[in-house]
Design a protein around this ligand. Structure first.
Ligand code: CUA
Length: 326
């Protein structure tokens, strides 16, 4: 298994950056957090001091001489206002300058991956100069470590937003408009991402996983993904393949190397190599797959996949077939 050794920890934290983009964002976060904390402590300190002074004056029976106190108060308020304006300006300038350093895609020309948002899953296509080098997967993005990756973002339906906190900030996927986004993963690992723009009923169940791996492991994964689906030899799997190709599955899904070529739903050519199904909703196990095929509406109400009432032996054969799609 390619991912052996990486299994287990799924990272999702903007404060544990694993690449240059996320590191800049984390430093901005810490700067804002520390500044805001200092301002808060100073304000609370001043409040406490003023309250204590007023109480002391009260116990001593003194009254405040308004005429004498006014200029002092005016000076205090002026200084506090000036400090607030300066702090806000510093925030603005830091925010803008960090934002500017995030956008330019670095040279040399990075690896290009096209991500298309759908209600509610992610289509992931690996661009290549030759058509047979291109391949499509879903909800999992494998990347080599230490190399900038350029993403070309689009949407099929409504506005989505891609966010992988350990690697980069958010970027919207807008219908009819192409945006670019990039990150570099410096540490091998498993990073969870999430759609960050409300996009309908199942917005919360629109997750993705980024698998950052050493270059040789990544290359092996790419050559495996470029292969068409293995031809089922086992009789049950062959029967399952027939169920797939003659039933409703083939109306929406594609499997390279078969006659199924629809791109309404995720490409299933290497379904069994993926860790999860239904955009990070369920683990990719036989049981979860069965539940999903039979009644996806129970798991993700509103999803575009209809329920499939298959005969038990057909479902069993279909599951066996799907599990051969490594
Ligand atoms: Cu897609 Cu929220």
């Amino acid at each position: 298994m390619l991912l052996e050794g990486l299994r287990g920890t799924l990272n999702q934290s903007a404060l544990e950056p694993s690449g240059p983009q996320a590191a800049k964002i984390a430093s901005l976060w810490w700067f804002a957090f520390i500044t805001a904390s200092v301002v808060y402590l100073l304000t609370m300190g001043a409040l406490w001091w003023a309250a204590r002074r007023a109480r002391r004056r009260e116990t001593r029976g003194e009254t405040l001489d308004d005429a004498a106190a006014e200029p002092k108060m005016t000076r205090g308020v002026t200084w506090a206002t000036a400090a607030t304006v300066v702090i806000l300006l510093v925030f603005l300038v830091t925010d803008l300058s960090i934002g500017r350093t995030l956008s330019p895609v670095p040279d040399p020309h990075p690896l290009t991956i096209e991500v298309t948002g759908h209600q509610w899953w992610w289509e992931v296509a690996y661009a290549d100069t030759s058509p047979h080098g291109r391949f499509t997967t879903a909800n999992e993005i494998h990347v080599p470590v230490g190399r900038p990756i350029l993403f070309v973002l689009q949407s099929q339906d409504v506005i989505h937003s891609i966010w992988v906190p350990n690697l980069a900030g958010k970027k919207d996927l807008i219908p009819g408009y192409t945006q670019s986004w990039w990150f570099q993963a410096d540490t091998a690992g498993l990073y969870r991402g999430q759609c960050a723009e409300f996009c309908g009923l199942q917005h919360a169940k629109m997750a993705l996983q980024v698998i950052a791996e050493p270059p040789d492991q990544y290359t092996r994964w790419v050559s495996q993904q470029r292969q068409p689906a293995v031809n089922a030899t086992d009789p049950t799997a062959s029967r399952g393949r027939e169920v797939f190709l003659t039933g409703p599955c083939a109306m929406c899904h594609s499997i390279e190397g078969t006659s199924a070529g629809s791109h309404v739903g995720p490409d299933l050519t290497h379904l069994a190599s993926r860790r999860t199904i239904a955009a990070g909703t369920l683990p990719n196990t036989r049981g979860a797959l069965a539940g999903w095929i039979v009644d996806p509406q129970r798991i993700k109400p509103g999803t575009h996949m209809p329920p499939n009432q298959l005969k038990p032996q057909d479902l069993d054969a279909l599951l066996t077939y799907l599990q051969t799609l490594k």
